[in-house]
Structures are given as C-alpha cells and as structure tokens.
Design a protein. Structure first.
Length: 699
C-alpha cells in the first residue's frame, strides 16, 4: 500500500493467482495504462502492476472483476458487453464481480460518468489480449497455424473445417496460465461490433423488479445485531452530559461509549431504536449565524483564494470593443441526494481481519476509512459492495461502514447499521450552496468578445467557456467539498459543480440574446465554433420543432447547451405557468453526443433519469436551515418529482462512432436548471437567477 497523493493498491501476482483460483488470467501491463493515463490528463485510476483482469473458468464461463459498482446505471451490463465484444463470447457467459476489494483491482470510485469511459477501454484491451492468447493456445493444441483459427462464441474454430474447434474452457483445464503478448491487438472497429451498440435486458433486471436483488440493508449474518448511534440534534452541538442507564436496562440491549461515539446494539432493529431513545442526553447548542435566507450574503462575505481555470486574450481591451456590457449573479442552494436506499452497512470484525458489506460508490476508499477506525492494516479489511440503491455522489464516503465496524469490534459480533430516513437527510453531505458572477461584452455584430466568469464554492467543472470568445477569464474559489463557509457537510452531487456553472453560463447567454432581440438558438449558433456542439443543437432544434422567436415570446420554450467532460448535450424544454405561479414542465427534448454508444436503451434511461431528477432539483428541492439545524428530514417536507409531474420526454443519441465512449450518467442533468430557467423567462419575462425557480409574489 502506498500513498502518493492518490490512493493506490498493490498486490503480488503470486498472491493474487493463489487467491483467485484456476483459470486463464490476462494482466494488463503498465505500458497499456500509459495511454489511458495520458488521455485522462495524467490522473491514474488503476495500479501499475495489476489493474483490469478477467478469469476464464474450466466450464467456459468468464468472470470479470471491476472496482466499479452497480447503483442503478446498469454498468454491469454495459461493461459485460464491452468484454464480450472483444473476447468473442456470448454475453450470458459473463459473470460480473464488482466492488470487492479482495478480488477486484483498485478503483478510485464510481463517479463522474467514468465507468464506461475509463474502465471500459481497459476491459476491452483485456478481452482482446485474452482472445489472441486463446488462439495461440488452440494453435498449439490443434497443431495448426494461428492464422487459420478464429475465435467465435467461446470457441476457437478452424476456418477451413468449422467442425474442428476447441472451447475456451478446455484450453484452460483448470490450470493457472499467465501469458503476455508483446504486440497488443487492436480493438475492434465500430463497424465490426456485434454486441456493443445493442440493448440486451440487464442481467439483474428480474431480481430488481421482483425484490430479490440484494442491497446492503438485506444482508443477514448469523448472530447479527442491529446498531444505532446517538446523534446531535443540530450540526455543531456539543454533548454536555449523558445518562446511559435507562438504555442499559432495555432487555437485550448493549450500550457502548467510546469517547464521543455512543451507540447501542440489539438483536432487532426496533429494539435498537427503543434503546437509543432511552438515552438521556443534554447538548449545548451553537449560535446560528446563517440560514437559508441569508446564505448568499454569507458566502459573499467569505474570503478565500481563487484560482484561474482558463485565461486568454485581454479583458480590458475587449471591453473597449464591446457595445453592450452585461453583469449577472447566479445562485444555487443546498440540496440533498435523497437516495431511496439510505446509507447501510454490515460489518464483521474478527481477530486481525474484517469484512464489511456496504452501500458505497468508493469501496477502496471505505476500506481505508474502516481500517483506520478499527486499527487494522488496510489489506486485512475486505469491503464487499452489493447493489447500491442510488448514490449521486452522496455515498462517496462510508460513515455507516465505520460505525458498523466500530460496533462490531466492541460487540464481538456482526453489526448492521442502516440509517433512518431522518438520519439520511441530516447527515447527508449536501450539494453546496454556491454562486457565480459573470461580466460579459457584445460587439456591434452581436458576437461575444469578453467573458469574465467567477464561480464560488461549486468547483470548476464545466466552468470553461464553450462558445467562440476571444477574451476570456474563468476563475474558481473553493470547491464542492466540505469545510469553508458551510454550516454542515457538503460534497459531490450528481454533476458536481457543473449544475451551478452551466446554470449560470446558459442563463447569461440567454440574457444577452434577449437584450439584443435575437432568438436564443440563433444567438448560440452565431457564437459557436465547436462542430459537435453545433450538431447537437441543430438535432435538438429539429426534433423540438423550434421556430425562431425573440424572448420572451410567451411560448415558454427554453434551450441550454453544454460540454460535460467531452459529452455534448443540447436541451430544449417547454413549460407552462398557471395563475397561481405553479411551473409545469410539459416537454423536454435532449440530444446527446457521447461518442460510441455501448447500450442505447440504457443510455436513454440514464438521460431520462437525469431529466426527472433535474426537474425536482430545479423546481422544488432546497434545504432550509437555521445554522446547523436542518429543517427537511423526510420526504414529507422535501419534495422530489412525482409521477404526475413527468413531462413528455424525447431523447436523441447523436451518432458519433469514431469517438470512444464518453460519459452518460451525469451530463443530461446538468442542463436542466438553465433550460427550465430560460423557458420560464420565455413564458413570463421573469429572469430567475436563483434556484429553485420561483415567480415573485404578486403585489
């Protein structure tokens, strides 16, 4: 184990082969990773000596190991498709093992729409190399030249005599075979795809809809106890005194106090809750200095260093070229992840080792957290990730796993910790409240000549200028992580930073178009040079049947455009506003260029999910608070999109097969704030620069 700025995981080859059992292993050497790391800007995801690998069993089944996790985005199916394509096996012959720190290669986490984009090429390379090695082995077995043989559906077949063939599994015969190719085979061209680009039914779909799918909260172990932890009533409260005696009298309960960590365990979940309620605690309450009504002013008063994201041209000179100057401030509030599955974990801590089953997006990160909490070497802590019932960035850390492990160590038995809905809302790391200031200039030709963009506390993702502007300065202060001016924890929320930054940029672009009387699509096209962005915008406009008009037109139609980590998206929406000021989304059309599409149906499902989650994040979601006191602690107060609010949705997958697969899980959601705000302006003439969208009160 080493720490050099980014966590990496090393395991000896002999140790791995012994642990994994018989089969054919394809190990990707560090040279194959160099190109991947270069494409990622030098950021490493996988270890040098062992990263992506697969195992071919004697029965011919292929097991694929990935540090990624499945949390509703169906990457189990898409990754299996990529492997099946290169390895030349049937899709139903592949078994996926994901998020198990003992079996899988290290991975930085399932986030940022990176599973297919970054792990997929490694997996395809493994499949291609395995395919060629199997042909070599078959040539040796059949005493035929390798050029005469072809891999097909789990067999190596003689081209001249198709009845002469040998199964992948029989080539292995239970032996551990390790072989490398000096010359790496090329990946298949899109024109040769047979599995990629299709939409098979996800392998776990039946289990999910019948309730048989196993999540961390479903795990049961012999002798398992249920744990509950004492929580402060508000963030920042300090424990003054505590009386544990009433809880200790509760039948079957055991109570533990380890410094400020106070918790109970009981054979039943209800018993643990009752014992926790019996604890008598007194707290000193912090003075509230900020609330949801004053948070923007609070952030504006906070001083922190800024960094330059991009800079070109001369803004002072550009202002002299400008005939119109525009200024705007755009604000996004704290919102919750609100996953249906709350943070859950089961821990079994024994003598010198521990196993934790946990709902997390970062199993290897949780491994480190648990190991430190219970004083074990990291390699002695195994984290197993069942299906995750929604993460959205909120399950990047594993506090519930740490709590379960500490209690298991104290109790000497397996312990499950499942947060209540109230705990989920209270302890969640919220999307941070953040704001952006923009100052821009247009010349007499209605071309954008200057752009000064400063984002604060959102992070810099998607803050770069996507339009053709000669004089640009983009700065960022703070990030979406915790600390800084926030009264409680903040962190990644689906499309971190991008939601705020794209809302600001695309609202401001619309503001400029309206001021000079240009149709918002026409104005964007006039200021674009990127051919992919132009294409998605034209595709969306054609499907939407957009007709040019000056805003506000009263039609309630809006547009937004973005490049999210090289996935290009154009969104158009139609909204209506009733006499009470209620905003209803009637229709959304979205075009997305994500390069090669591995699974079209699942890509569309991800886009649709982003649209629906985006609607509620824009129209209704906001955390109200008074200092550290979070007001919304369940779905009775925190409103998300309902079935009755689902609009007509049309998705367009823009064909771009020559570009490798890009991200799909997050890009679409980052368009929703801007497209709906712009549609609201077109309907009413009200320019909303603060979320959630609201019309000013009458009178």
């Amino acid at each position: 184990m080493k720490h050099d700025g980014a966590l990496s995981f090393e395991i000896g080859r002999r140790t791995f082969l012994k642990a994994a059992g018989p089969g054919l292993f394809i190990l990707i050497p560090s040279s194959s990773l160099a190109a991947i790391d270069q494409a990622r800007g030098g950021q490493r995801s996988y270890p040098d000596d062992l990263n992506a690998y697969l195992r071919i069993g004697e029965n011919g089944r292929v097991t694929c190991y990935s540090g990624k996790v499945e949390m509703g985005q169906a990457n189990t199916t898409a990754l299996a498709q990529m492997l099946a394509e290169e390895l030349e096996v049937r899709l139903d012959a592949i078994d996926m093992v994901m998020g198990d720190t003992r079996l899988c290669p290290w991975d930085g986490g399932t986030n940022g729409s990176r599973s297919i984009k970054y792990f997929g090429p490694v997996l395809r390379a493994a499949g291609a190399e395995a395919r060629e090695i199997l042909v070599q082995l078959a040539a040796e077995r059949l005493r035929l030249p390798a050029s005469r043989l072809v891999p097909r559906d789990g067999f190596v077949v003689d081209r001249r005599s198709p009845s002469t063939r040998v199964a992948y599994g029989s080539l292995v015969k239970g032996r551990r075979i390790e072989r490398r190719l000096e010359k790496k085979p090329a990946l298949k061209a899109p024109s040769a795809f047979r599995v990629m680009g299709t939409s098979p039914v996800p392998s776990n779909a039946r289990d999910k809809v019948t309730g048989r799918a196993v999540f961390a909260g479903d795990v049961r172990l012999p002798g398992m106890l249920h744990g509950r932890v004492l929580r402060p009533p508000v963030h920042g409260a300090q424990l003054r005194s505590v009386d544990l005696a009433p809880a200790r009298k509760y039948p079957g309960a055991r109570v533990f106090q380890d410094d400020t960590f106070i918790a109970v365990v009981h054979p039943t979940r209800e018993g643990a809750a009752a014992a926790l309620d019996a604890i008598v605690a007194e707290w000193s309450m912090p003075v509230a200095t900020v609330n949801d009504a004053t948070v923007l002013e609070h952030l504006q008063a906070h001083r922190a260093e800024s960094r330059t994201v991009e800079e070109r041209g001369d803004l002072v000179h550009a202002e002299g070229l400008s005939t119109l100057i525009f200024e705007g401030t755009y604000f996004t509030p704290y919102i919750a992840h609100a996953p249906i599955e709350t943070h859950s974990a089961v821990a079994q801590v024994g003598a010198g080792e521990a196993t934790v089953w946990v709902s997390t997006q970062r199993p290897f990160g949780v491994q480190v957290e648990v190991a430190r909490a219970i004083g074990l070497p990291e390699e002695q802590v195994r984290v197993v990730t069942p299906l995750v019932g929604g993460g959205f960035g909120g399950k990047s850390a594993g506090p519930q796993a740490v709590e379960a492990a500490r209690l298991s160590k104290l109790a000497g038995a397996p312990v499950q910790v499942v947060w209540t809905r109230e705990e989920e809302f209270f302890l969640d790391t919220f999307r941070p409240a953040a704001y952006v200031t923009i100052r821009s200039g247009l010349n007499a030709d209605n071309r954008i000549v200057s752009w000064d963009f400063h984002t604060r506390f959102a992070g810099d993702r998607s803050s770069e200028m996507i339009y053709d502007v000669p004089h640009v300065r983009t700065r960022a202060t703070g990030s979406f992580g915790g600390g800084g001016p926030h009264p409680f924890g903040t962190g990644a929320w689906r499309g971190p930073g991008s939601n705020t930054n794209i809302f600001a940029r695309e609202s401001h672009i619309d503001l400029m178009a309206a001021r000079v009387g240009l149709d918002p699509v026409e104005f964007r096209l006039k200021n674009l040079a990127n051919p992919r962005l132009i294409r998605v915008l034209r595709e969306a406009a054609a499907r939407f049947r957009w007709t040019a008009s000056r805003s506000p037109s009263g039609r309630g139609q809006g547009v937004a455009l973005l490049d999210y980590l090289n996935t290009c998206v154009a969104a158009m929406a139609e909204v209506s506003v009733d006499a009470k000021g209620t905003i209803r989304v009637k229709r959304v059309v979205m075009a997305q260029d994500m390069g090669q599409v591995v699974n079209p149906a699942e890509a569309r499902f991800q886009m649709e999910g982003c649209i629906l989650m985006g609607i509620s994040s824009v129209l209704s979601e906001e955390i109200h608070f008074e200092g550290g006191d979070v007001k919304e602690r369940n779905f009775d107060a925190y409103e998300i999109t309902r079935f009755s609010q689902v609009p007509e949705i049309e998705t367009i997958l823009v064909n771009n097969p020559e570009l490798p697969p890009q991200g799909c899980g997050e890009p679409a959601i980052t368009a929703m704030a801007a497209v709906l705000a712009n549609a609201l302006f077109d309907a009413t003439g009200v320019r909303a620069s603060r979320l959630p969208l609201r019309l000013p009160a009458a009178g």
